[in-house]
Design a protein around this ligand. Structure first.
Ligand code: ATP
Length: 355
């Protein structure tokens, strides 16, 4: 499996270094035949190539089996004509990565203020309110006069259908329940269509239970009783916000893994951003990227029918739980270790699975 690795900005280089060590340890243990190709995106690429991402990099990623994208300083990238392209949007759009899968769960050994839970947010990734990806060229956010902005939201039947299918297929591998989160009381046409299509797709999965919750009420419900939820499917922006909340409810934003998956490509990417407030201080939690790497291995294994990739992903997830329980983790999740030291503990435990 060839994986392109792009460390990114802020805490990206520190956390990606750990994720790479973990991938290499998993490779040694499970004989995965990984080939990691290191390159740059974000500020480093802007400095070297005059753009945060380049056509040559996209081609390299297209030829690979997967991409690990570090967090990007998206907020700094304002002007595409100066090469300041949002790398996250670039790969999601160019590779048509329609499903953003964001699990959130509690772990033994960590204080679970809301009780234990294990859920996954399945977020549509290619349209919705995201002005940089829902029209072919340009932006769908317009300055009409200096005091008037119009932002367009695109919802299409095919995108609703494929995200619904991803959610129901995932639910079949879990506790067989899907919650549709929407705002159809106000966005009657767009979210009305989203719900209708989710229901239609749901009829193909009669074993999967369905409920529907309005997004604002969902914020209260998920804080009150996150264990009620299994798979949650929603449109782009609601999913973006909800999944940060669920990651933080699980103990830390630094636990939030995230896979962007399409038909032919997938990209592991932490749920959090570049966290400039803690960058370069060896305190960032690497688990988010490690979990995302495990999700990428699992995706590849399923696609190619290679069970050892799923075994490697399961082992990485088990080691995440072990390190948290043993307190061998960063401060945000109750440990005392730095990013590097948490990574070393992780690799030690993964290697100890040998024999
Ligand atoms: P960006 O502009 O790139 O989105 P941000 O700081 O606005 O960066 P996040 O990076 O998502 O947004 O960070 C939100 C908060 O969560 C910050 O206080 C940050 O320090 C914390 N945080 C994010 N990621 C981690 C991590 N891996 N480990 C520990 N804390 C984290």
């Amino acid at each position: 499996m060839k994986i392109v690795v792009l460390p990114g900005d802020g805490i990206g280089p520190e956390t990606m270094a750990v994720a790479v060590d973990v991938l290499q340890a998993a490779d040694a243990r499970f004989d995965l035949g990984l080939r990691l190709e290191h390159d740059v995106a974000g500020h480093e690429s802007l400095k070297r190539h005059g753009a945060t991402v380049t056509p040559a990099l996209l081609e390299k990623v297209r030829q690979a089996d997967g991409l690990m994208l570090g967090p990007m300083a998206t907020y700094d990238f304002k002007d595409e004509s100066r090469g300041e392209i949002n790398p996250s949007k670039f790969f999601r759009k160019c590779l048509d990565l329609h499903a953003n899968i964001r699990p959130a769960r509690t772990y033994p050994g960590m204080q679970a203020r809301l009780g234990e839970f294990d859920l996954v947010v399945v977020r549509e990734n290619t349209e919705g309110f995201y002005a940089d990806r829902n029209i072919e060229s340009g932006s769908s956010e317009m300055l009409i006069t200096p005091d008037v902005v119009v932002s367009l939201r695109r919802i299409t039947r095919p995108c609703c259908e494929r995200i619904a299918r991803s959610a129901f297929e995932l639910a079949m591998t879990r506790r067989k329940h899907v919650t549709i989160v929407h705002k159809a009381n106000v966005l009657k046409l767009g979210d009305g269509m989203f719900i209708d299509v989710c229901r239609e797709v749901g009829r193909e999965f009669p074993e999967v239970g369905i409920d529907e919750v309005i997004v604002d009420a969902m914020m209260a419900h998920v804080v009150r009783a996150p264990q009620r939820y299994d798979v949650i499917v929603t449109t782009n922006m609601f999913g973006d916000i909800l999944s940060d909340l669920t990651a933080e409810l699980s103990g830390s934003l630094g636990l939030g893994g995230s896979l962007n998956a399409g038909r032919d490509h997938a990209m592991g990417q932490a749920a959090h951003g570049s966290a400039p407030d803690i960058a370069g201080r060896n305190v960032a939690n690497p688990i988010s990227l490690i979990l995302s790497a495990a999700m990428l291995l699992n995706w590849h294994g399923q696609r190619k029918g290679l069970p050892r990739y799923a075994e490697a992903a399961a082992a990485i997830e088990a080691v995440i739980a072990q390190t948290i329980q043993a307190g061998e983790c960063t401060r945000d999740v109750g440990g005392t270790l730095g990013t590097r030291e948490a990574g070393q503990a992780f690799v030690r435990r993964l290697a100890a699975l040998r024999g």
